[in-house]
Design a binder for this molecule. Structure first.
Ligand SMILES: [Zn+2]
Length: 346
């Protein structure tokens, strides 16, 4: 793949786990294997999805997060200062849903590398560009209770520093893009401006590869679908935070554009960023046609030059049936290819 190729495709990150690894179509599904079998199962599932992505024409691939039960807690499991037995009931994403979350009871610190083994394995098995996803500092703070720092901004900065250590190591292993997932950015717009972007900047500081932030309206689960119904005819959350985000260090911003009520014109506020345009809806099992994908991308091109556009999914595909997710990968690859051809490119 030539580096100059237009419309390089990628995905937000997660993909469904095969049914022999975890219960399908469920977030937080427990593992169906244990010990060495589980370790081998995670690697096998990673190989399956690397191949599916390559065959679908995805240019910047991920490991599909096959080694994590959940995108936030998969990271926190290796962090000191967290009491997992001390559960606190918390309304997360601005009380959109209640979860029993673990509690921070002391200074947070990495016990060692968190995702290095997985990324070393994925790197050894694909020649494509490779992306890794880490939970963003604000989203971590919205998914864990605090009994130590006192201020969310302080706890976020502490997490940002350990995310930065982790991200630097992953870049050294040959990861091409480090992405921070910040769904909480759409729920706490004032805090994003006060300290969220500053924490994000701290997390991506000095990393020797591209950096990205994914901001979405959540997985296609009931609580999120109901929340979206309350947001009115135009979703303008991005409008409040994009100016601050455009000034941030991060190179790429990932947005939800397919089947959403986000006015596409808002991406004009990100004039200095590369834009991962979500052209695959994760809230429906209906597989898009390549023409539908191309149509979303074409409308994005009215507000951002094609050289800054990366066709992507709205969010992770993890809760979808496996065949639907595979179909959506193919639609994404084919839609981008269609548009490339139309533009007279490769
Ligand atoms: Zn998302």
């Amino acid at each position: 793949m030539a580096d100059q190729q237009l419309l390089q495709t990628t995905i937000a990150g997660s993909l469904p786990k095969p049914s022999w690894l975890a219960e399908p179509e469920k977030l937080w599904a427990p593992w169906r294997l244990a010990g060495d079998d589980l370790a081998a199962g995670k690697r096998d599932a990673t190989l399956i999805w690397l191949k599916e992505q390559e065959d679908s024409g995805i240019d910047i691939v991920t490991d599909g997060e096959q080694s994590r039960i959940h995108f936030v807690h998969g990271f926190l499991e290796r962090i000191e200062g967290i009491d997992w037995a001390k559960k606190t009931k918390m309304g997360i994403r601005n009380n959109r849903y209640e979860v029993d979350v673990p509690t921070v009871t002391g200074p947070v610190k990495r016990r060692g590398p968190v995702h290095s083994d997985e990324m070393r394995f994925a790197r050894a098995h694909t020649g494509r560009k490779l992306k890794v996803e880490l939970p963003g500092p604000m989203t971590i703070c919205d998914t864990i209770a605090d009994a130590h720092y006192g201020r969310r901004a302080d706890m976020a900065m502490a997490f940002a520093r350990i995310l930065n250590e982790e991200a630097r190591e992953l870049a050294e292993l040959g990861v091409d893009v480090v992405q921070l997932d910040e769904p909480a950015f759409n729920a706490f717009m004032d805090e994003v401006k006060e300290w969220g972007v500053a924490a994000l900047d701290e997390a991506v500081k000095g990393i020797d590869c591209k950096t990205a932030v994914h901001i979405c309206y959540g997985y296609g689960i009931d609580a999120n679908i109901k929340w979206k119904e309350t947001l009115g005819s135009e979703w303008r959350q991005y409008e409040e935070i994009f100016p601050a985000l455009n000034r941030s260090r991060v190179n790429q911003v990932s947005l939800e554009c397919a089947g959403s009520k986000v006015p596409m014109s808002l991406i004009a506020l990100l004039k200095d960023k590369e834009i991962m345009v979500g052209a695959i809806d994760v809230a429906t099992n209906k597989v898009e046609t390549p023409q539908e994908v191309a149509s979303v991308l074409r409308s994005a091109m009215k507000y951002a030059g094609v050289e800054r556009i990366y066709p992507c999914t709205n969010c992770g595909l993890a809760p979808l049936p496996r065949d639907v997710a595979a179909g959506k990968l193919k639609a994404l690859g084919a839609g981008a290819a269609l548009l490339r051809k139309e533009l007279g490119g490769q």
